[in-house]
Write a protein that binds this ligand. Structure first.
Ligand SMILES: Cc1ncc(C[n+]2csc(CCOP(=O)(O)OP(=O)(O)O)c2C)c(N)n1
Length: 311
């Protein structure tokens, strides 16, 4: 969680300064979800992510140096600087991409689970992370249907942070997410997404059940993003949330809650280790060469992709 928080704080600063072109969608506040779920994932499992994807990508094991370089548009980035903040992927690590299209990762995860089964990897799990706004995208409901119909090992993780851009969830979403997923035959539950241990416990059960053929699962994680939807919101001073509401969520900061459970020396050690990693990532990313505009048309079509671990 600390790595994601520090990475994101760094990116926020760089995006507001214009070093990261195009801005970012900060994940700050939601770290417990990516970490609690990913704690149960193996290298050969697959994740799909969203426009708010730095946390998922780092939690699945992406190299922070290459992740930051990607945001800097550098040729050393995860995707040679062509994906940027919203499209970071590392197929070799089972990261099938952050995705700027709301809900688009869900059917990709279903496809990955189906492909794994076809290849005989019955205990490989695919996880689709998405926001509450994605629950009303038709493609997500189609993904629920197919995963349930074929009893695929997919864990759908809905990060309900209360807003789709500036639209409050109670004005955009009919009914209850858990009941909606259960209506498709998914095993569905809700959990406190601001508590990493609660998320880890619920996700652990769901992932284990997926691995043993119990079919698709759905986890609604109640969380909150501490910052705006996108850095443009910071620059414009857009406001649609009460200060009290944001302060209330910050009082439940998952990092503070987890720190209280750790020995102070252990927490300090983690802080020092992460500070060094971020400094190293910044040195690497800022000294890396940019992509060459002359090869802009390269890599549009897949040639070979890196072998999957355990393939
Ligand atoms: C298919 C599609 N519709 C609309 C958008 C514009 N859009 C980008 S992010 C966003 C809100 C998404 O909200 P949510 O899924 O709850 O995720 P969060 O931003 O809260 O993490 C919207 C509507 C888009 N990118 N793709």
């Amino acid at each position: 969680m600390r790595l994601i928080r520090e990475f994101e704080e760094h990116c926020l600063e760089k995006a507001l300064a214009g070093t990261i072109v195009g801005g970012i969608h900060p994940y700050i506040g939601q770290e417990a979800v990516a970490v609690g779920v990913s704690a149960h994932l193996r290298a050969d499992d697959v994740i799909t992510s969203t426009h708010r994807g730095h946390g998922h990508v780092l939690a699945k094991g992406a190299d922070p140096k290459r992740a930051l370089a990607e945001l800097y548009g550098a040729s050393t980035g995860l995707n040679r600087g062509r994906g940027g903040s919203m499209h970071a992927a590392d197929v070799g690590l089972g990261i099938y991409g952050a995705n700027g299209i709301v809900g688009a990762g869900a059917p990709i995860a279903v496809g990955a689970a189906w492909a794994a089964r076809r290849a005989g990897h019955d205990d490989r799990v695919a996880v689709a992370f998405f926001g509450d706004g994605a629950l009303s995208q038709g493609v997500v409901l189609e993904a629920f249907n197919m995963a349930a119909l074929w009893s695929l090992p997919v864990l759908f993780v809905c990060e309900n942070n209360g807003y789709a851009t500036s639209l409050p969830v109670d004005r955009g979403l009919a009914g209850d997410p858990v009941r909606r997923a259960a209506g498709f035959g998914l095993t569905a539950a809700a959990v406190d997404g601001m508590d990493v241990e609660a998320v880890a416990e619920a996700a652990g059960q769901a992932v284990a059940a997926c691995r043993t053929g119990a079919g698709p699962h759905f986890l609604e994680c109640a969380t909150y993003r501490f910052h705006g939807h996108h850095t443009v919101e910071h620059l414009m001073g857009t406001k649609y949330r009460d200060d009290d509401e944001v302060a209330g969520a910050r009082a439940r900061d998952p990092l503070t809650r987890q720190r209280a459970r750790l020995a102070p020396e252990a927490a300090d050690e983690v802080d020092a280790e992460i500070a060094a990693l971020i400094a190293e990532a910044e040195a690497f990313a800022s000294s890396s060469p940019g992509s060459d505009p002359r090869d802009a048309l390269d890599y549009l079509y897949a040639g070979t992709v890196p072998a999957r671990p355990g393939a």
